[in-house]
Design a protein around this ligand. Structure first.
Ligand SMILES: Nc1ncnc2c1ncn2[C@@H]1O[C@H](COP(=O)(O)OP(=O)(O)OP(=O)(O)O)[C@@H](O)[C@H]1O
Ligand SMILES: [Mg+2]
Length: 402
């Protein structure tokens, strides 16, 4: 008789094991993972108190003590362990909170498991250049497209992110119109002129565009970084929206190695605000690689016409140097002055950066050489040794044309 009783009465150990198995199905509402995986269950004990009655004691450690969601976890545990065939269970839940070390360890694990922003990897070789301006329309996107094409043509593994999510222009300027391939949730950037490029414009009209634009800029940028398979390019250029604010801060947060390139036109109304765009480096840890002056002059019938005045690029470089040199440990150079040329726009709009000729080779134009000089300066390690040329001083005989 006694033997039969023992046979139908579940052992304490079996119940404990079953309860633990059920706890693996209890999900932490905040972290979305099982409480056992999260190391929150620190003990399950079962004691047979009388006949079919078992006292179950579960010890858990919450990540945040007394958080409002602890009630949800408690209910989920209770409903998971109320019944057991041929046994009555009474539950005592011992709720504590994780020690600091355990919590730190858990957070580190969660972060590692999260889809990684590859540009956060320590020791990554990629140089990241964010192209910024104060005013809109000064040529950031044209500079980005031509600089990217130059880098790629010179043999650098080059990537471009179009971070101007509302006014995207990279698909057009690089002629990159196809849809990125989706590989199990990982997107492959589109390649054009040897440049890997990703832009929200490639999803125009699709749900994905809305998803990516999201409520916050920071999140969109993070998605561009982590949902796209970039490999480890030599250079990543980021074409930013105009303005001095949020975007640069977002870039600095997502890309700790990013260096700013400030684009300006020569007139004071553009350069004054460009200085402010550069001074974002006072707020966030960001290097300023240099200044590019665009639309510096227009060569017409052998005359150099300075349509937008002159000196803006040098002014921005000087003022940024004055305010940032101590912090950066180097001067902020004027990397180039770029002429106003109809081809920049006309050829650019056909999807070919004008620094390239039709077969994708570097053109032998003056403009192409200027872009190659920018690349050379950017890739020189020692920033302080950059020699800058300011052609405003070299051709003073033309100044009468202003
Ligand atoms: N050096 C140049 N010569 C001739 N046209 C140029 C030059 N640079 C830019 N452009 C033209 O000026 C216009 C604005 O340039 P672009 O779109 O590159 O500026 P942006 O700073 O990116 O503008 P936004 O602030 O709207 O993003 C475009 O039509 C472009 O083709
Ligand atoms: Mg632009």
């Amino acid at each position: 008789m006694k033997d039969t009783e023992n046979a139908i009465k579940p052992s304490e150990q079996v119940i404990a094991r079953e309860i633990y198995a059920r706890l693996t199905g209890v999900i932490d509402p905040e972290l979305g993972k099982s409480i056992t995986d999260l190391g929150m269950v620190t003990g399950v004990s079962v004691e047979n108190t009388s006949a079919k009655h078992y006292a179950v004691k579960i010890s858990i450690e919450l990540t945040v003590p007394g958080c409002p969601l602890s009630e949800v976890i408690r209910e989920r545990i209770e409903s998971a362990v109320t019944s057991y065939p041929d046994a009555d269970l009474s539950l005592t839940l011992d709720v504590g909170s994780m020690g600091e070390e355990k919590l730190n360890h858990l957070v580190a694990e969660l972060k590692a498991a999260r889809r990684e922003n590859p540009f956060h990897k320590p020791g990554i070789k990629t140089r990241v250049f964010a192209i910024a301006s104060g005013k809109g329309g000064v040529g950031k996107s044209s500079v980005t497209a031509n600089l990217a094409a130059t880098f790629a043509a010179l043999g650098y593994d080059t990537a471009v992110i179009d971070a101007d999510i509302y006014g995207f222009s990279m698909p057009k300027l690089l002629g990159a119109h196809s849809h990125p391939t989706n590989l199990n949730g990982m997107l492959m950037p589109v390649e054009a002129w040897g440049v890997k490029v990703m832009s929200i414009g490639m999803f125009a009209g699709s749900d994905q565009a809305i998803l990516w634009r999201g409520p916050r800029l920071q999140r969109s940028l993070e998605q561009f970084l982590s949902d796209v398979w970039w490999g480890e390019p030599d250079v990543l250029l980021i074409d930013m929206a105009p303005g001095t604010g949020d975007m640069a801060i977002s870039v600095a947060q997502s890309l700790p190695n990013a260096e700013l390139i400030v684009v300006t036109t020569p007139q004071p109304s553009a350069s004054d605000i460009a200085v402010r765009a550069g001074l974002v480096a006072l707020q966030v840890p960001m290097d300023v690689a240099g200044v590019v002056e665009n639309m510096s002059w227009y060569d017409h019938d052998g005359q150099r016409l300075r349509i937008f005045g002159q000196g803006g690029g040098q002014r921005v470089a000087d003022q940024l140097t004055q305010q940032l040199e101590t912090k950066l440990g180097h001067k902020v150079p004027l990397l180039a002055q770029l002429p106003l040329e109809t081809d920049v726009r006309e050829v650019g709009e056909t999807g070919r950066p004008v620094v390239l000729d039709e077969d994708g080779q570097l053109a032998s134009s003056d403009l192409s050489i200027r872009f190659q000089e920018i690349v050379q300066q950017l890739m020189e390690n020692n920033q302080t040794e950059i020699v800058t040329h300011n052609e405003d001083n070299e051709d003073s005989e033309d100044e009468s044309h202003e």
